[in-house]
Design a protein around this ligand. Structure first.
Ligand code: ZN
Ligand code: ZN
Length: 249
């Protein structure tokens, strides 16, 4: 059995900027530091979700985010699908400015009133978009996916799928089914907390035994240099810090 090391970055978190979450950027960074992470990404819900940040928040993140945090903070979004053509709430030109773009389906988003076949159509189309890096929580009890089908699209489109630790307790069977497909198809994955508060950031509840058959090299958030390389992050301070970490490895 391969041993998956604990990832050193958490690429899916929310702060008070999404109104159902808790914790400031500084509090999240402090918690990430205490957990020993090299970096974390703030990925608020996209502007189509009620009481979540406006498009201007995402466009201005590099200007408004605090510097000198104890841990490198990546700028991201958990965007939302808005139609069957694969469009998402955040325009491509804004997505292009972010370090990492996740795309999810949520019961409080566009998908709540559409057929599963339409969700799949939109999602698979969206995965062709080069600005979309990751599909968050492909396991979702409300929208049951065909894991082999989405795995094939992910490989064809160079999209990463996520093992999301926020609600694993009552979805063990489906997550294990998904992870089995991920092992078989050697899918690139990220593992993330989807934490909505500082105390949940990181990997305290990672069930390592569920990852049997998955190679450590499949985990794209295993460390910051891998994240920078795989997601082609260009922001100079992130690239520079990743280089420094690499030199010390
Ligand atoms: Zn989500
Ligand atoms: Zn989320």
């Amino acid at each position: 059995m391969s041993i998956i090391p604990t990832p050193k970055t958490d690429l899916h978190t929310h702060t008070i900027a999404s109104d159902h979450a808790d914790g400031s950027w500084e509090e999240m960074a402090q918690a990430a530091f205490e957990k020993g992470l090299q970096a974390f990404a703030v990925t608020e819900h996209g502007p189509s979700i009620a009481r979540c940040p406006h498009i201007g928040y995402f466009a201005n993140l590099p200007k408004i985010a605090p510097k000198n945090l104890p841990v490198m903070m990546l700028y991201g979004v958990e965007d939302d699908l808005i139609d069957t053509d694969g469009r998402t709430a955040l325009p491509d030109e804004v997505k292009a400015q972010l370090d990492i773009v996740l795309l999810g389906t949520h019961t409080f988003g566009w998908v709540r009133n559409v057929l599963l076949s339409d969700i799949k159509k939109g999602l698979y189309k969206a995965m062709e978009n080069p600005h979309i890096d990751v599909i968050s929580h492909p396991v979702n009890p409300w929208y049951p996916m065909d894991y082999v089908e989405i795995a094939k699209v992910a490989l064809d489109t160079n999209t990463v799928l996520e093992f999301n630790l926020s609600k694993i307790d009552f979805q063990e069977k489906t997550w294990r089914e998904f992870l089995g497909v991920a092992a078989e198809y050697k899918l690139p994955l990220i593992i993330s907390s989807d934490s909505h508060s500082p105390d949940r950031i990181g990997f305290d509840n990672l069930p390592y035994e569920w990852l049997e058959g998955i190679e450590p090299s499949q985990i794209m958030n295993r460390d910051l240099p891998t994240v920078v390389e795989h997601f082609k992050i260009k922001r100079p301070e992130v690239v520079e810090y990743a280089e420094k970490l690499k030199a010390n490895l």
